[in-house]
Design a protein around this ligand. Structure first.
Ligand code: NAD
Length: 258
């Protein structure tokens, strides 16, 4: 294998992608398959997850599977990890990406909506990380995790009201750092990416006035694309990042710099 290929190869690895049915998860899963990995999609949208897994298998000639998982349910998550390991033979890497936003003014947000965002975006990231790490430890394997946080975990700059989302993503950044330190001795690296505004199903349904204000406030004067996140995730999952853990890689078209 030449040096360039070796640097970012995930050849022979089995990678779980949560929230992989669509959006960032789907595009990043395609890129991960393109650099040699087999793919397991964990998502609540059963049909869409299966369609994505099938299309990746066909396009990249790799093994894939889809498991219908609600990341907020630790028992379902543990079962899904077991099922995936049994069917794929092994598990190596995790892109922990499922997430939602339910914008609402903090004075008006309903307790159920607050809990839903924290449960999916933060607790879900922990439950999948823990079940995956338990699998690695039980099988005496090293591994790596990349979590999808957000620049909203670091800065507050939204004409929309998103206290629950911002809080959940700040939690993901700190969880990433906490697990990175705790699992150093286990050989499990944990990093996160913090995207700025990325054009996906999550953002495309937001009213145009908000999208325009995001674009105007971004020095790049556009939203990013999921493709522009894929290389960062692959790098952090790969052995090229073997001395990198607890890192929060901000990919935001310079939004947070001004
Ligand atoms: P998306 O809505 O297109 O995709 C999210 C996926 O997560 C969907 O397939 C959905 O079914 C799945 N999901 C939701 N709840 C789930 C649950 N309980 N269990 C399992 N799967 C579940 O969104 P996206 O834009 O691709 O966002 C992906 C991640 O990136 C999220 O964590 C989001 O917060 C983060 N993010 C997005 C942006 C952006 O601008 N799009 C910016 C920063 C961070």
């Amino acid at each position: 294998m030449n040096m360039l290929k070796k640097l970012f190869s995930l050849e022979g690895k089995v990678v779980i992608v949560t929230g992989g049915a669509q959006g960032i998860g789907k595009i990043v899963a395609e890129h991960i398959a393109a650099v040699g990995a087999d793919i397991v999609i964990f998502d609540m949208q059963e049909e869409k997850a299966k369609a994505t897994a099938d299309s990746i298998a066909k396009e990249y000639n790799c093994k894939t599977m889809a498991v219908c998982v609600d990341v907020t349910n630790p028992e379902i998550v543990a079962q899904a990890i077991e099922k995936a390991a049994a069917e794929m033979g092994t598990l190596d890497l995790l892109f922990n990406n499922a997430g939602i936003a339910l914008p609402k003014a903090a004075l008006d947000v309903k307790p159920d909506d607050w809990l839903k965002v924290i449960n999916i975006n933060l607790n879900g990231v922990f439950f999948v990380s823990q079940a995956f790490a338990k699998y690695l430890v039980a099988h005496d394997k090293k591994g790596a995790i990349v979590n999808t946080a957000s620049m909203s975990g670091t800065i507050i700059n939204s004409p929309q009201k998103t206290a629950s989302y911002n809080t959940s993503k700040a939690g993901v950044v700190h969880l990433t750092k906490s697990l990175a330190v705790e699992w150093c001795s286990k050989g499990i690296r944990v990093n996160c990416i913090s995207p700025g505004y990325i054009f996906t199903e999550l953002t495309r349904n937001v009213p145009q006035e908000f999208q325009d204000s995001w674009i105007n406030s971004t020095p790049y004067k556009r939203m990013g694309t999921p493709e522009e996140l894929a290389g960062a995730v692959i790098y952090l999952l790969s052995d090229s990042a073997s001395y990198t853990s607890g890192c929060d890689l901000i990919i935001d078209g310079c939004f947070t710099l001004i």
